[in-house]
Design a protein around this ligand. Structure first.
Ligand code: IPE
Ligand code: IPE
Ligand code: MG
Length: 263
């Protein structure tokens, strides 16, 4: 995240389409329960929707998609469910990375990977390396991620690099150390599954993000549901602290200039 992309340092340029969408993919367990299936069947159904959502973002020209796959608090779940989720992550990486690469997707993982088993850590590192120069879409998976961990980690890494900042530092000093330093802040946040909370996702980065909550369970989140979320985004007025009148004045000032440029 460069200074120019920070919503508190400056006012980012915004378009009709979000540049960065961040999603809490919630409701897999309840989806399975409704069907008298084990929770893991819900996670399998959810994985399918990850594929279709990534495809939709690439097709629409959304530049960054960040998905919450496993929170630092999800270790509190039953051991069998945690181990199934790890296995699902491994097989998704094995099956999908080549396809992502072919389609120009840059793959990234944020979160504390040190708690994962070695083979999973290696799959992630290989996938990130293979796709590092792709530019069509940056797909970030948040795994063993927590928003508080992210901020604490950034402060620790910054101070290890630049001990003189211990006395005083600014937002710009910290930005390069946050885990999503390579991306602009999310424009649109989506949470499926009906809960209206952040659950320790991107606490820093969501400062001025438009929030969209839907009761749709993640395994039911199809392209039509995604389009509805984006449509809701296009109707928002993003003021970043200013008044509506100021926004209208800015727009009026810019329109004649654009008309002249067009000649
Ligand atoms: C989200 O679905 C997936 C993960 C947290 C890994 P849940 O498993 O939380 O589904 P619900 O909330 O129990 O329905
Ligand atoms: C948030 O969902 C984490 C992920 C989707 C990976 P949870 O289901 O873990 O969130 P809570 O516990 O309902 O807040
Ligand atoms: Mg849940």
């Amino acid at each position: 995240m460069a200074n120019s992309d920070s919503t508190t340092i400056g006012i980012p340029a915004t378009g009709a389409l979000p540049r960065h969408v961040a999603i809490i993919m919630d409701g897999n367990g309840r989806w399975a329960k409704q069907r008298y299936l084990p929770r893991i069947a819900g996670h399998r159904g959810g994985a399918e929707k990850v594929r279709s959502t990534v495809r939709a973002c690439a097709e629409k020209g959304i530049e960054y998609l960040t998905l919450f796959a496993f929170s630092s608090e999800n270790w509190r779940r039953p051991a069998e469910e945690v181990s199934f989720l790890m296995q699902l992550f491994i097989s998704a990486l094995e099956q999908e990375v080549a396809k992502l690469h072919e389609n120009g997707v840059r793959f990234k993982v944020i979160g504390d990977l040190s708690r994962f088993e070695r083979p999973l850590q290696k799959l992630v590192a290989d996938a990130e390396n293979l796709t590092r120069n792709n530019t069509r879409l940056t797909l970030t998976v948040a795994a063993n991620y927590g928003g508080r961990w992210d901020i604490m980690e950034a402060v620790k890494r910054m101070l290890a690099d630049k001990p003189q900042l211990a006395a005083d530092f600014t937002e710009s000093d910290l930005l390069p150390y946050l885990s999503l330093a390579y991306a602009p802040e999310p424009d649109l946040f989506i949470r499926t599954g009906g809960e209206q909370r952040i659950s320790n996702f991107l606490l820093w980065q969501l400062a001025y993000t438009e929030m969209y909550f839907t009761d749709t369970l993640w395994p039911d989140f199809d392209i039509a549901a995604f389009d509805t979320a984006i449509e809701s985004y296009t109707r928002r007025e993003r003021r970043f602290g200013r008044t509506s009148e100021q926004l209208r004045e800015d727009a009026a000032r810019q329109t004649p200039r654009r008309a002249l440029d067009g000649r």
